[in-house]
Design a protein around this ligand. Structure first.
Ligand code: HEM
Length: 512
């Protein structure tokens, strides 16, 4: 990426997903620990040039697909192991972790972001902002409940559905969302996830019957953190990776009561955000984005972007009939299994593989430009922050390095298996030198057997994602792992199976 482009990216107005504060300013010194840092400090940066990264990004961008099979609404890029809601829960978590409430003045005083920035936390600051005293416009007059937005229709199962609160703009101005983190209005799905978190907080006020904001906030956070550890992580990285961190309980499940063993993410003082996570591993979500989603059963499916018609693009007041039926995004923990096809099925996410849907190859200008290709931005960003190659990270972690001819570029589908090129066929410059983001996606793809094989992150990507998430939570003084290891979700919130997953959190949010 040209210097000017990177600088321009940093001048982006506050509020875009992917706005990176300080990411490119982290140090290489092993004395350094600031807001951003490195897990693999001694590994040399991988060497590329912008041309080969452009070619790889183009090869990773799927062909434009016509609306997938109208009768079944299904296609072969769908992942039987992960449903579509986790993609956006992943984006929500990213925003929570990278939220930076420091004032812009202070940021200007500390442009390198080396000191004084708050550590990344699972504290729902993206919903709470700086709290009811500081950002009173996010709260009801009681300073206890969160303000909600306009009523939404379209999902008969959720008659109380509300969007996020917005300002009333002057003519011609966009109706900006009033949020702790404006990035959570980037698309309709993450925006309604945010709205559901606001409702979950309000539900907690009612259930606790408390007028103590701190107490309610703490309980809402604990329940969200529980979902991150017990639902999101196993879904994305798989149980084996989690067991290798927490250990295995007698009944064969993950033993969350154990002290986690972190081998690679070991902050010496404060927790920091590793560039291996933010510029590579945690961008796995980009390959899971579908081109089109069904929000509810009363309207047609909508594309993520559209030059002409309605789409899921955010940063605006949405049509009111877009209320999301979360049963189409997260598998209900107890209800009988939904049909695999048709309007009422849970939509699967796309597979985390080395293919990104075509619309993300050309982002709308309101999201990012120059380059407008998201895979290209990811690859350039990884290069700019001097990430080591995927192979050297795999070796440093003690995992078998995948040979170049097995590092395939394209979809983890039967059709892709026939035609996908290897990375060195894209350019010989990638021999034993794959960008980390690409490597961990291609690594995930190694699990492919047939179209319906569930695909999660592989050993390198999964371990980085899991260690960083668990490590940040362990270092987070707000987390239940630090404050109350015996915490368990409220009994009345549990599913009949005794679980508390995202679907259970959303069920509670629907009550208010
Ligand atoms: C339609 C959905 C999405 C769009 C349009 C989108 C777009 C972007 C853009 C434009 C960037 C900045 C790239 C750069 O200049 O380096 C970015 C960064 C990033 N994205 Fe996404 N993204 C989406 C979904 C997701 C999801 C689902 C995840 C994870 C599960 C994710 C994780 C990240 C991360 C970790 C970064 C790095 C910076 C940060 O936000 O902290 N994104 N994304």
């Amino acid at each position: 990426m040209q210097e000017a482009t990177v600088a321009a990216a940093h001048r982006k107005p506050m509020g875009r997903h992917g706005e990176i504060r300080g990411l490119e300013a982290q140090g290489r010194s092993d004395q350094f620990e600031g807001r951003f840092g490195r897990m693999f400090r001694t590994l040399p940066p991988a060497q590329f040039d912008a041309g080969v990264l452009h070619d790889l990004a183009a090869a990773m961008t799927a062909e434009f697909e016509a609306t997938p099979t109208p009768e079944t609404e299904a296609d072969d890029e769908e992942n039987t192991g992960i449903s579509a809601g986790y993609t956006y829960l992943g984006q929500f978590i990213d925003h929570d972790l990278t939220f930076d409430p420091v004032s812009s003045l202070q940021r200007q005083n500390d442009p390198a972001a080396l000191v004084d920035f708050r550590t990344p936390r699972f504290d729902l600051d993206c919903a709470y902002g700086r709290g009811p005293s500081d950002q009173a416009y996010l709260y009801r007059a009681d300073g206890l409940k969160m303000l909600q937005g306009d009523p939404l229709t379209g999902n008969s199962k959720d008659p109380k559905a509300r969007g996020v609160p917005r300002n009333t703009p002057e003519t011609g101005e966009p109706a900006r969302a009033l949020l702790g983190d404006p990035r959570n209005d980037e698309n309709v799905i993450v925006s309604q996830l945010q709205a559901s978190m606001l409702r979950f907080h309000n539900r907690m006020v009612d259930v606790l019957g408390s007028d103590n904001f701190d107490e309610v906030q703490k309980m809402a956070r604990f329940h969200y953190q529980w979902v991150v550890l017990h639902d999101f992580l196993p879904t994305i990285v798989g149980l084996d990776t989690l067991k290798s961190i927490f250990g295995t309980a007698k009944d064969g499940t993950v033993d969350y009561t154990q002290e986690p063993k972190l081998k690679f993410y070991k902050p010496k003082k404060e927790a920091y955000m590793p560039v291996e996570f933010s510029a590579a591993a945690y961008r796995f979500g980009h390959s899971m984005v579908r081109p089109i989603y069904r929000l509810n059963q009363s309207i047609d499916r909508l594309p993520i972007f559209s030059a002409t018609g309605e789409s899921l693009v955010g940063f605006r007041k949405f049509p009111t009939n877009l209320a999301i039926d979360w049963d189409l995004f997260f598998k209900p923990s107890d209800a009988p299994p939904p049909p695999p096809f048709g309007k009422t099925r849970v939509q699967p996410a796309y597979k985390p593989d080395s293919s990104v849907v075509n619309p993300l190859g050309s982002l709308p200008a309101s999201v990012a430009s120059n380059p407008s290709s998201l895979p290209e931005r990811n690859l350039l960003r990884g290069w700019r922050v001097e990430l080591p190659s995927g192979q050297s990270v795999a070796k440093a972690m003690g995992f078998a390095v995948i040979p170049d001819d097995k590092l395939k570029v394209g979809k983890a589908t039967a059709a892709g298996k026939e035609k996908n090129k290897s990375i060195t066929q894209v350019s010989p410059k990638f021999a034993r030198n794959a960008p980390l983001w690409f490597y961990m996606l291609s690594e995930a793809q190694q699990q492919f057997v047939e179209d319906d094989t569930p695909i999660r992150l592989g050993p390198v990507g999964g371990r980085i994602v899991a260690e960083v998430i668990v490590g940040l939570m362990i270092h987070d003084s707000h987390s239940y792992l630090r404050q109350d290891r015996n915490f368990s979700p409220r009994r009345e919130f549990l599913s009949p199976k005794g679980e508390f997953n995202m679907t259970d959190l959303l069920r509670q949010a629907r009550q208010v």
